[in-house]
Each structure stands twice: as C-alpha cells, then as structure tokens.
Design a binder for this molecule. Structure first.
Ligand code: SAH
Length: 237
C-alpha cells in the first residue's frame, strides 16, 4: 500500500481535514508502515486529489490523521481494454494489475470459450470489483477507479457498439498465430481486445477484423491472459 485511499465517509464529522480509519488500512499502517504519531503517510481521496496525512493518533483500535490534498492523480493510459471474461481468480488479479498500470476503462465481454459459470461469479459484484481495483490503485498511487463494464453478448457488442468504440483509436486484437506483430510505443489511443484462456474462435477473429480491428501477435509463445495483458500494455506504451 503505497497510498492510503480515503473515502468521504472516513472524514470525522465537523472536521473536514481529519479522518479516522479502522480495519484493513489501520492494520496495514500499524503492522507494515509501523507508523507513529507525527509521521506522514501518502493518502488520496477516492476519485479525487492526493497528498499526505499526518498521524495524530494511533492505537490498537484506530488511526487518525490530519489530511492535506494538493496533487492531482497521475494520468491514465490512453487505452480501452476489452477482455474476454477470465476465470474469477484470474479476474481478481487482472483487476488489480490494470488499476496499477493505469487502464481507465475495462470492458469484460463474453466469447465462445468463456465458461458460462464465470458470469455468475461473486467476483463480478461491484463491491468485489472495487476491492480489487482499490488494491491496484493503492499500489500505484492513484485515486481514480477504472470504469468496468460488462457485455454479455459478443455479436451485438461487436457489430453495434465496437464501431463507435474504436473510432480514432488504433484497434488491435491480440491473437497468437498471425503475421503482424504488436506495435511498440504508439502515439494514439488504443482499443485492445484480448481473448479468453482458450483463445478466440476463428469466427470471432473474423468478426473483429470485419470492424477494422487488426490481429497482432506477441510471438509464438502462448502467454496466460494475465501475462498477455502486462506484456501488451508495456509494449504499446
Ligand atoms: N490457444 C489459444 C491461446 C489463448 S491465450 C489460441 O491459440 O488462441 C489467451 C489470450 O491471450 C489470447 O486470446 C490472446 O488474446 C492473448 N495472447 C496470449 N499469447 C499471445 C501471443 N503470443 N500473441 C498475442 N496474443 C496472445
């Protein structure tokens, strides 16, 4: 936790610069930071500015800080990531990584090789999504939650929505066995499609190509989805 993310509800009533924390963040400051009264810690207001908090009180029950927020959060990467819904355990890791790396918008869509049961996972509940994203933001020192949305049906998503979505962007679909390689250090915003664990089926790649989305490869080694996300983003930006 390189930044403690604060919610409006953390502020003590009637004291606009003072927060009181219990639970996970309090435990972390106590055990990992081993902070003491008068120490300063990096803080940020969820979807707001960042700065520091001066510890005014810390005991086994709670942490209190006096907060000063003067900095803007870092810019996001110019990318929309469209990811075939991964299995819940992998989704959790990917959510926190994409928040750390600065993805501002994630679309989780259905594709042929996405197991139906993944759509019923509790990992898709908004509180669960937010918990993972927050871990990623705290790691990176950012405050702005990525926007996450779902598309349960591939064809209407690709035919009706994708044309608008990819306008004025470099639109790519990561797919192992194609001839074009993924570009490096691009200068324009990107819309990036990544497939499920079993990969896209041919007709899905054709449907994406029909919208002008270019299949690109990272080479002959097949990467796990979560590794592909990291490698693609670092290569593109
Ligand atoms: N057997 C599948 C592999 C799927 S890997 C297939 O042959 O398509 C899961 C997803 O990660 C892929 O759909 C793709 O989007 C991405 N990916 C993994 N390795 C990749 C590589 N070497 N090049 C491009 N994309 C890759």
């Amino acid at each position: 936790m390189n930044l403690i993310l604060l919610y409006k509800s953390d502020f003590i009533k009637g004291q606009p610069t003072k927060v009181r924390l219990t639970g996970r963040r309090h435990g972390h400051v106590l055990e990992i930071h081993k902070a003491q009264v008068n120490d300063t810690l990096s803080v940020g207001l969820l979807n707001g500015r960042m700065g520091f908090g001066t510890v005014t009180h810390l005991d086994a029950h709670a942490l209190e800080m006096d907060i000063s927020l003067q900095e803007d959060p870092p810019p996001k990467l110019p990318v929309t990531l469209a990811l075939a819904l991964p299995r819940p355990i992998m989704l959790k890791r990917i959510l926190s990584t994409i928040a750390t790396l600065g993805v501002g918008r994630l679309i989780l869509f259905n594709s042929w090789r996405v197991e139906k049961s993944f759509w019923n996972s509790s990992a898709l509940k908004s509180e669960e999504l937010e918990a993972q994203l927050v871990l990623g933001l705290e790691q990176a020192r950012d405050t702005v939650l990525p926007e996450v949305s779902f598309r349960r049906y591939f064809t209407p998503f690709v035919t009706k929505e994708v044309p608008q979505l990819i306008q004025n962007t470099i639109a790519l679909v990561a797919h192992p066995n194609v001839k074009d390689v993924c570009p490096r250090h691009v200068k324009k915003p990107v819309t990036l499609f990544i497939g499920p664990e079993g990969g896209f089926i041919d007709s899905e790649v054709e449907a994406l190509k029909a919208q002008g989305i270019k299949p690109v490869t990272l080479g002959e080694r097949i990467l796990r989805v979560e590794t592909a996300v990291d490698v693609l983003l670092s290569r593109l930006f």
